[in-house]
Design a protein around this ligand. Structure first.
Ligand SMILES: [Zn+2]
Length: 193
């Protein structure tokens, strides 16, 4: 592990001490390094309704974006449990908005051990602006993205809500396709004229 990696992990560890986690008591901290070497940190912030809970990674990303920094080099994630926690599926997609697949994600395994992933390893099929332009593949990428998230290790209530929204998107796309097929080859053609 490079010394700078260690420094970033230390920032993430410091961040989880600020976590607001009265329900899960699972403290997470994140530290994102931007292109100019600035570091922004975040901790998880829970809510009694669960769905409003914020993840450490998205709090860190929000802090960077608010400061005008939208190019990320690395992100470190640490939990008080030192269990090698990785960003959940939802946060992986959030990171993909601002970084390419080579983004380094450092995960604190405790005992001085850090597991390093690339974003591509954790989320091979991201939704990007380019993906959205290819309307013909809409159903395909939705399905792939859904599969990747299903396979994601962390799946809390908010991630499940995100999965549900993707499921609804899939249903919507399939429905639109059926409508378009009906429009091009209407079964009611025989009743016309
Ligand atoms: Zn997350």
């Amino acid at each position: 592990m490079m010394s700078s990696d260690h420094a970033l992990i230390t920032r993430a560890r410091t961040a989880f001490q600020s976590a607001y986690v009265p329900y899960s008591e699972y403290r997470v901290g994140a530290a994102v390094e931007t292109a100019d070497g600035s570091v922004y940190t975040g901790c998880n912030i829970e809510n009694a309704n669960y769905s409003n809970s914020l993840h450490a990674e998205e709090v860190a990303v929000a802090a960077a974006i608010q400061d005008g920094q939208d190019t990320f080099k690395r992100i470190a994630v640490a939990s008080a449990a030192q269990d090698g926690v990785t960003p959940c599926g939802m946060c992986r997609q959030t990171l993909a908005e601002f970084a390419d697949g080579s983004l380094k994600i450092l995960c604190d395994e405790g005992g001085g051990n850090v597991k390093t992933y690339t974003l591509t390893e954790l989320l091979p099929k991201t939704i990007s602006e380019e993906t959205l332009k290819d309307a013909n593949d809409t159903m395909h990428w939705l399905w792939n993205h859904y599969q990747c998230l299903i396979n994601a290790t962390s799946c809390d209530s908010r991630s499940k809500y995100y999965l549900l929204s993707l499921e609804l998107d899939l249903v919507r796309v399939i429905t639109i396709r059926i409508i378009l097929m009906e429009a091009s080859q209407p079964r009611w053609q025989m009743f016309r004229q």
